[in-house]
Design a protein around this ligand. Structure first.
Ligand code: ATP
Length: 882
């Protein structure tokens, strides 16, 4: 066999003439038109020429406006010959050519609308020079064509008596024809209606009428505030909680809601119409299912918010607060105030830890059911809607993302045939015969599935990995023997032409749009082109590894952007750890919407190792607090808890609040482990073990998947793992428990180990400018007053050696004292819950309260005795302590 091979190589070589002296110049002289066309410099030259043309036309046209009377006759009389007649003198600034061109555009063409050609050349020129689609071509071309027809006809209609060719020949012709058909009045009306409709469509003009619309009839109100509550909430709640419900109700709602219409309708306006294929597919889907991406996006802003309604809402909240306060506090005058960690009750409870003085209930031990007085009960029948925190929040539109080339897989029949034959030949060389071979073309690799002849041992094929790679002269060949559940052997061969999987298309897919997952993430495409969309909440944590430059950062962006497209700021918070300092900095813009940070920190994106340790510990405290809340509520996970809370079965007065999901992202885990070791590993391991049920999920990426970084503890708690290309089989084993990642071809080619399966995916691609656009879009909207505050963590080491003295009191001492005295419960966990503190700090506060004589000594698991009985006494003690 080997001899045969050699022979064929020799015969191939023979006919080649060896004459380097002749060959060299020939090769250099060869000009490849394809390459020239693709060359960046060619684009820039073309761009420059187009811009110059735009400028030329603009000057010629503008000059024509002033010189048309003089030049018109000359051009008319001489036609194009005027260009060659030196003796003819024209007035146009750009000479005879300027006069002729302007004449043809204005008189024989489109009149004043001819300026649109300058615009067209300008956008083409800019796009070519910049090398990017700064202006969307298809959309602008549509506007230009519409403009040419509409403007020329309108101007011809309005200026039909004028000598100047306002509408040009086209405008005059159309005007004549339509006027004959509809009459002048009909023509005027038609033009007006078309213009008006266009403006509505383009700018979604707001009409003030809806404001004076009577409110939908409601049952007779019990209290003055009820109708508003009952009116305002269900619409939003319904839309927000059932995003993928059949859309008939949506259609009924649409006409009465200008903003909703804008959000839904904007699909048609804002899609990049130059990607015809995508658009067709997309709109088809929109029509068929009536489920548009933005339909899913709009829920929280279902109702247009007018200033009046805003006011109403404020009043309503004030009223609600009043109702609650009245209920809680019958003797307002007598009860001293206490610090409560809330600003506007449950509405901002999620995010607000600023303390504000407000009356507190005298009896804290009343049962939840008993606590709701009559008016409260009416209010509580409306589910709590967390998205009302930022009710005018708009979800980012799909148009903010780019389409990176066509998502259509390029199938090269010749390549398929060649690879197939090579595989068959190679196997034949080793006396392995096969029954059948089939191919599935994926975005980056093609999977050849082989059914071997009876009696062939699978391990023999598996051992031929390198030989097949050699015969195909390709890197990144992976043999899956056998393919689980299929009874075939798979050979993955990289495609010569790879397809980029745009995140945009994945997010626009039905699967993502209609997903009801808690934290859906669009990760990439499988070999059979199926979109791989998973629920991060179920993973429940994700470990990513890959050598440098193989697509980790893009992968992280893909996950984060997916979540930003599906979640409202009230439902999700990110804790971003970026030791490299530059990878996640883009997300700074969404600090007040989606980020969480430590109290008192300036920057929400954590880059400093010390702060990382504090943040991780703070997250552990948050986890413990959430577990306490879950326990109190008698629920097992965040879903049940939040359901109960939204049904108003949990009392915010007792520290209950809507719990947003928290996703911790660590971009370079190895770096942290190297610098902080166990201090980082311990809280991460704790979170990974326990945090899932309370809605805290981790995404951890590392360049170095070595065993001292991805330790057994970490690995055991990260069942979902992603491997981009790694440098060795050992690394692949460390991350996936199996080889294969070293065979990947980079650029987002990855293996994901999830649910016990290892699947090869092409990671969805989202470029940094796209992430920036999305972040800007969100960042420009009204956000919370600050980032979501994590509980404070005080490093024990920082306090070591500090004597417990009253002069060195915690600055929350007074607040804690008031809570303890008003509730008459010397309980550390009460302080923890009420003040969102970690156990250590709450314990220290309790010790200080003991030292001040406010509470008695610790009594084991029971609450301490409270020595100060009234708040008046407490104020005296506090004054003495000053
Ligand atoms: N899914 C993808 N599709 C296409 N190209 C990709 C994809 N992911 C990454 N690339 C290409 O690979 C380059 C490097 O990716 P990325 O910056 O994500 O690597 P990295 O692993 O984060 O590197 P480092 O660890 O050095 O930061 C990108 O600039 C992009 O050109």
């Amino acid at each position: 066999m080997a001899g045969n091979k050699l022979k064929s190589k020799e015969t191939k070589k023979k006919p080649e003439p060896v004459n380097p002296g002749v060959l060299k110049p020939d090769k250099e002289a060869e000009v490849k038109v394809k390459e020239l066309v693709k060359d960046e410099r060619t684009h820039k030259v073309v761009g420059t020429i187009l811009l110059l043309l735009a400028l030329y036309l603009f000057i010629a046209f503008t000059s024509f406006l002033f010189t048309w009377q003089e030049d018109q006759n000359l051009v008319w009389n001489n036609g194009f010959n005027i260009l060659f007649k030196d003796d003819v003198v024209v007035e146009n600034t750009l000479g005879r050519l300027g006069a002729v061109v302007s004449y043809w555009f204005f008189v024989n063409g489109f009149g004043l609308a001819s300026y649109l050609f300058c615009y067209m050349l300008f956008i083409f020129g800019v796009n070519f020079i910049v090398g990017r689609r700064v202006f969307r071509v298809a959309r602008n071309l549509k506007y230009i064509i519409f403009g040419l027809l509409y403007i020329s006809t309108t101007l011809a209609f309005l200026g039909y008596k004028a000598e100047f060719p306002f509408g040009g020949a086209l405008g005059n012709q159309l005007n004549r024809w339509i006027c004959g058909f509809l009459g002048s009045v009909g023509m005027g009306l038609l033009l007006f209606v078309v213009g008006f409709v266009w403006c509505i469509w383009k700018f979604n003009m707001q009409f003030k009428w809806p404001e004076s619309k009577p409110k939908p009839p409601k049952p007779a109100p019990v209290a003055p505030v009820e109708p508003v509550v009952a009116n305002a909430k269900p619409v939003v709640a319904e839309a927000s909680f059932i995003p993928s419900i059949p859309q008939e109700p949506e259609e009924e709602i649409l006409p009465s809601k200008p903003n909703t219409l804008k959000d839904n309708g904007s699909i048609h306006l804002t899609l990049p119409e130059d990607e015809e294929e995508f658009e067709q597919e997309y709109q088809l889907h929109v029509k068929e299912d009536i489920v548009t991406p933005n339909v899913t996006y709009i829920p929280p802003v279902a109702t247009p918010v007018t200033a009046e309604e805003d006011l109403e809402q404020e009043e309503l909240e004030a009223a609600m607060q009043l109702v609650m306060e009245e209920r809680d506090e019958p003797e307002e005058e007598d009860v001293p105030p206490v610090m409560e960690p809330t600003k506007r009750k449950d509405r901002n409870a999620v995010n607000d830890i600023a303390f504000e003085i407000k009356p507190i209930p005298t009896e804290d031990e009343v049962h939840e059911e008993e606590e709701f007085t009559a008016p409260q009960r009416v209010l509580s029948s409306d589910p709590y809607e967390p998205t009302l925190d930022l009710r005018d929040y708009k979800y980012p539109g799909i148009e903010l993302l780019e389409n990176h080339g066509s998502d259509k897989i390029v199938q090269d029949a010749a390549e398929l045939e060649k690879n197939k034959n090579q595989i068959i030949d190679t196997l034949k060389n080793y006396d392995i015969s096969i029954q059948k071979i089939s191919a599935t073309v994926g975005p980056t690799v093609t999977l050849y599935e082989i059914v071997p002849a009876a009696g062939v041992r699978i391990s023999r094929i598996k051992n031929l990995e390198d030989d097949i790679a050699l015969s195909l002269a390709a890197l990144g060949i992976r043999i899956i023997a056998p393919i689980p559940g299929k009874g075939t052997i798979g050979i993955e061969v990289p495609n010569v032409k790879k397809t980029i999987v745009s995140l945009r298309n994945m997010l626009a897919s039905d699967k993502f749009q209609n997903s009801t997952m808690d934290l859906p993430v669009a990760i990439g495409k499988k070999i059979d082109n199926e979109n791989f969309i998973a629920d991060l909440a179920k993973m429940p944590h994700l470990l990513m590894a890959g050598a440098t430059g193989q697509g980790k950062s893009v992968g992280i962006n893909t996950l984060l952007v997916s979540l930003l497209y599906k979640k409202h700021p009230s439902q999700l918070k990110f804790v971003l750890v970026d030791p490299k300092k530059v990878e996640l900095s883009l997300y700074k813009l969404i600090e007040k919407h989606f980020l969480a940070k430590l109290p008192g920190e300036e920057d929400a994106i954590i880059t400093d190792t010390k702060k990382v340790i504090h943040t991780l510990n703070a997250l552990c405290i948050e986890m413990d607090l959430r577990y306490d809340l879950l326990k109190e509520a008698g629920t097992r996970n965040i879903r049940e808890y939040n359901n109960k809370f939204t049904q108003r079965k949990l009392n915010p007065q007792k520290g209950h609040r809507f719990l947003p999901f928290i996703v911790l992202v660590v971009d370079e885990f190895a770096d942290l482990i190297m610098t902080a070791g166990k201090e980082v590993e311990m809280p991460i391991a704790r979170l990974a073990q326990l945090a899932r049920a309370v809605g805290i999920h981790l995404i951890i990426a590392t360049q170095r998947p070595s065993v001292n970084i991805i330790t057994g503890t970490i690995k055991a708690n990260f069942p979902a793992r992603i491997a981009f290309k790694v440098s060795s089989k050992v690394d692949s084993r460390t991350i996936l428990d199996t080889g294969g990642a070293e065979q990947l071809i980079g650029q987002g080619d990855m293996l994901i180990s999830y649910n016990g399966e290892v699947v090869r995916l092409q990671c969805a691609f989202v470029d940094t400018p796209e992430v920036e656009q999305v972040a800007e879009f969100i960042g420009d909207q009204r956000g919370y007053t600050d980032a979501y505050m994590l509980p404070e963590y005080i490093d024990e080491k920082d306090n070591e050696g500090k004597e417990l003295s009253l002069t060195d009191r915690d600055n929350l001492f007074e607040d804690a004292a008031r809570i303890i005295v008003s509730t008459q419960q010397g309980s550390t966990s009460l302080l923890q819950r009420r003040m969102k503190l970690g156990y250590n700090r709450a314990g220290r506060l309790m010790d200080q309260l003991e030292a001040a004589g406010i509470v008695g000594p610790s009594m084991g698991s029971k609450a301490r005795e409270v020595h100060v009985k009234t708040e008046a006494d407490l104020e005296e003690i506090l004054n003495d302590l000053l």
